[in-house]
Design a protein around this ligand. Structure first.
Ligand SMILES: N[C@@H](CCC(=O)N[C@@H](CS)C(=O)NCC(=O)O)C(=O)O
Length: 79
């Protein structure tokens, strides 16, 4: 899958990203940080425990911040 998205249930920022992505048909390998092993994985990748966190596997781009993620997906979705 092209994108990994670190998530947590009921996080409004995660929901915002998913609502944006759904009509575009974008799918994510979702990893929920309520699993401590996943939280550790996220911290190792990005440096802090915060969701959403996007990984573009093909382009080796990773980022926090829902607005930045949405902007990135706007520009790269389908490419
Ligand atoms: N400005 C950030 C805010 C993200 C945020 O506050 N995420 C919360 C959950 S809603 C978080 O990761 N908290 C740490 C945790 O759940 O362990 C964004 O827009 O993505």
């Amino acid at each position: 899958m092209k994108y990994i998205l670190y998530v947590r249930a009921e996080c409004p920022y995660v929901t915002k990203v998913k609502i944006f992505a759904e009509p575009l048909g974008l799918e994510f390998d979702e990893r929920d940080i309520s699993d401590p092993a996943v939280a550790d994985e996220l911290i190792e990748r990005g440096g802090k425990r915060q969701v959403p966190y996007l990984v573009d596997v093909e382009n080796v781009v990773e980022m926090y911040e829902s607005e930045d993620i949405i902007e990135y997906l706007k520009q790269h979705a389908g490419s």
